[in-house]
Design a binder for this molecule. Structure first.
Ligand SMILES: Cc1ncc(COP(=O)(O)O)c(C=O)c1O
Length: 441
């Protein structure tokens, strides 16, 4: 105990990790190469969650590291109020690989801040206060991004002491545990889109600036939308003059088999947010892409907000190199390996009656657990106290050398390996997960 609590005890002072769980000891990661990381005791792990769904090119990618070094040798920082070649080059690359509807880019630092920037731009452009987003979504943990996050744990942590305005939620088109009474994917698409239209009309379309949505739910459960859903969302946005904002923080940069998840849906967004994989997480960088007329609006009005580290040149250099790596075989590897990944995961569903659902796209998949007798989760963190066997599976997999994530809510595991993962590594990872499930249930 310190005599004077205002003094720092340098002997015991230490780092508090994010999403800190006092009951978990956590790992100390010291090294990484490709799909593998090493802890401080020399244990090796297959990183099947890409740390936080972000090290898309894998650890230790030489081309990205060299590009960052080169930028550091040239100029380390340039004011975010100025231009610099690394920013210009990355903007051009993003426009080339992004949806055709989008042209200009504004950079920020994190995914949360990119979503807040997108909301600010949309609200100014549409001159309307509200943003619609889905229950069962994750858009970040700062106040603004947290207000549109549908994940109850994030929202209750944030909103227990401050309320947010301008955020309205609608129900997602979930294929498992759906709140809609639909027999087929087509019925689900229609029911969910009809519900969205009800929410739009009920709120008053003229009060809504944008609909912010992940094309494939990320940490909330790797849900892909039923075919036709996003076309209906696009039609609703057009009919009611609302901007469609795609949150591609997880789904971007090849994770789901295309450059961006919304491209797979075949609809054009008005605004798109990105972070994580843009640099393969080698440096913090995020941003907002927008339609040319929205960009023209921002330019003509001016934009009197910013962030010191928005578009950091070293991050932009990493981004240019990472995009070249994705283009040079990594996205192709996701497409070529996806079927093997799905086959292996489907085995878990076949072999364990506690595995209730496997879903996802590309290198983003969820494994859902439920009591086979009741069809209910063993532990629903939203309503239950006490230990959660799904978290025990995460720990048991880690003990067997494989890192996977717990979804939000943690009724499910999320697997999202680096895009360089091979079929053999998938085989090893899923076998370890299989043993981990056996050990817990
Ligand atoms: C879909 C999505 N949007 C936004 C965010 C927030 O990004 P960040 O943690 O960089 O603020 C995340 C983070 O996991 C995310 O998954």
């Amino acid at each position: 105990m310190l005599d004077n609590p205002t003094e720092t005890d340098t002997e015991t002072a230490s780092h508090i990790p994010h999403w800190y769980d006092p009951s978990s000891t956590g790992l100390t990661i010291t090294d990484g190469q490709g799909t593998r990381v090493v802890d401080d005791e020399g244990e090796e792990y297959l990183d099947f969650v890409s740390q936080l769904y972000c090290v898309n090119a894998g650890h230790g990618n030489r081309a990205i590291v060299d590009a960052m070094k080169e930028q550091l040798e040239r100029i380390q920082y340039v004011s975010s109020a100025k231009q610099t070649p690394a920013r210009t080059e990355l903007s051009e690359r993003l426009a080339a690989v992004g949806p055709n509807s989008l042209s200009d880019v504004m950079f920020s630092v994190s995914g949360s801040e990119a979503n807040e920037l997108a909301m600010t731009v949309a609200r100014k452009y549409a001159d309307a206060p509200k943003i619609l987003s889905r229950w069962r979504s994750y858009h970040g943990s700062t106040y603004g991004a947290g207000s549109v996050t549908g994940d109850p744990e994030t929202r209750s942590s944030l909103e227990s002491h401050a309320s947010a305005t301008g955020a309205v939620k609608f129900l997602p088109p979930m294929s498992y545990g759906s709140p809609f009474n639909a027999e087929t994917p087509a019925e689900l698409a229609d029911a969910a889109a009809d519900h969205l239209e009800f929410v739009i009309r009920n709120e008053g379309p003229e009060t809504i600036a944008g609909i912010l949505t992940e094309p494939i739910a990320g940490s909330s459960g790797a849900y892909t939308a039923p075919p036709g859903y996003f076309e209906r969302v696009r039609e609703l946005c057009d009919r009611y003059d609302i901007l469609l904002i795609a949150d591609e923080v997880i789904t971007g940069f090849g994770r789901c088999g295309d450059w961006f998840g919304i491209q797979t849906e075949g609809v054009q967004p008005d605004v798109l947010t990105f972070a994580k994989g843009v640099t393969s997480a080698y440096a913090p960088l995020a941003g907002v892409m927008m339609r040319p007329d929205i960009a023209a609006h921002v330019r003509s009005d001016g934009f009197d907000l910013g962030q010191t580290f928005g578009g950091h040149p070293v991050g932009c250099a990493a981004g240019v190199a990472a995009i070249a790596e994705y283009d040079d075989g990594l996205i192709e590897n996701v497409r070529a390996t996806e079927d093997a990944f799905v086959d292996h995961l489907s085995m878990l569903e076949r072999d364990h009656d506690v595995v209730a659902d496997v879903r996802g796209r590309g290198f983003l998949h969820a494994v859902e657990f439920a009591d086979p007798d009741t069809g209910e989760p063993f532990h629903d963190p939203r309503v239950d106290d006490g230990p959660n066997p799904v978290v025990d599976v995460v720990d048991a997999a880690s003990d067997r050398g494989v890192l996977v994530g717990a979804g939000r809510p943690a009724t499910q595991l999320i697997l999202s390996p680096p895009l360089c993962a091979t079929t053999d590594e998938i085989d090893t990872a899923v076998q370890s997960l299989d043993a981990a499930i056996d050990a817990v249930f």
